[in-house]
Design a binder for this molecule. Structure first.
Ligand code: 0L1
Ligand code: MG
Length: 256
């Protein structure tokens, strides 16, 4: 199976809610460079079907997330505009396989960041807003099991995102130690703080800009950047209510 066919397989798995065997099992020689190519082809397929780029994401930037899926390197992917969930909205289960939710910090830039050589100071200077957010991940692989190459090819399991409306930029110095809880049906199931993300989620934005530069890409102003799950992700099923609580704002949804 070539990279084009793999990208089509993964896109169809998402559209048809049918998980597939890990690519690394079908093609043992499948490399990181193949995986990045499949992710790119997958984006082009989505775009050809009318999808729009809403932003970029970093994944596996916290120890909790790395242990969660047994993959120990940060990865990057993209988010499609059609997957944005309105704040306190409904998450439709009929387009999902085995979704999980994770609390994140989202960053929006007021000016483009183009690497290589982007520093943390460059990031801070370029920020328009820092927002409470959550991401829904939904691996297209059977059993939610994959290797590094598999999950990159599968666009880092990206399946949805919600961004809050309170801009935390004025509190940038306190961001790392803000306490966050995730509740499922009222019970606290995860707690954490943004420092779990590389020590500072803004470092995740820096890494993203420098990593995109390897493909002559930048982070444009106005797009959403998800910096990576702060805690382990939390699975949910139809009927569950999820709430991600920050000191300033609660993001919630009901799975229907
Ligand atoms: O933080 C992340 O968004 C990680 C995504 C890839 C692993 C997963 O599916 O949980
Ligand atoms: Mg994530």
């Amino acid at each position: 199976m070539n990279n084009q066919a793999i990208a089509e397989l993964l896109r169809n798995a998402m559209l048809n809610r049918t998980p597939v065997t890990q690519i690394s099992k079908i093609r043992p020689e499948f490399s990181l460079s193949d995986a990045n190519e499949v992710q790119e082809i997958g984006f082009n397929l989505a775009q050809a079907q009318g999808e729009k780029l809403a932003g970029y994401k970093m994944g596996l930037t916290s120890k909790a997330k790395q242990r969660d899926v047994n993959v120990f390197e940060p990865i990057r992917g993209y988010m499609l505009a059609s997957t944005e969930i309105p704040k306190n909205g409904i998450v439709k289960m009929n387009s999902r396989i085995h979704p999980r939710v994770e609390p994140e910090v989202a960053v929006v830039l007021k000016e483009e960041l183009r690497g290589p050589g982007v520093t943390l100071r460059d990031v801070v200077r370029s920020i328009e807003g820092i927002y409470p957010a959550l991401e829904i991940v939904d691996s297209r692989y059977e059993g939610f099991i994959f290797k590094l190459e598999d999950v990159i090819a599968d666009n880092t399991s990206a399946a949805g995102f919600m961004v809050g409306r309170v801009n935390l930029l004025p509190q940038i110095d306190e961001l790392n130690l803000m306490g966050i809880t995730v509740r499922k049906n009222g019970a606290i199931v995860e707690t954490g703080a943004p420092a779990a993300v590389l020590g500072d989620p803004l470092l995740s934005v820096m890494s993203l800009a420098n990593s995109l530069a390897e493909e002559a890409k930048s982070i444009p102003a106005g797009l959403v950047v998800l910096t990576g799950g702060i805690t382990q992700s939390v699975s949910f099923v139809k009927g569950d209510k999820i709430e991600v609580e920050w000191p300033q704002e609660i993001l919630s949804f009901i799975a229907e």
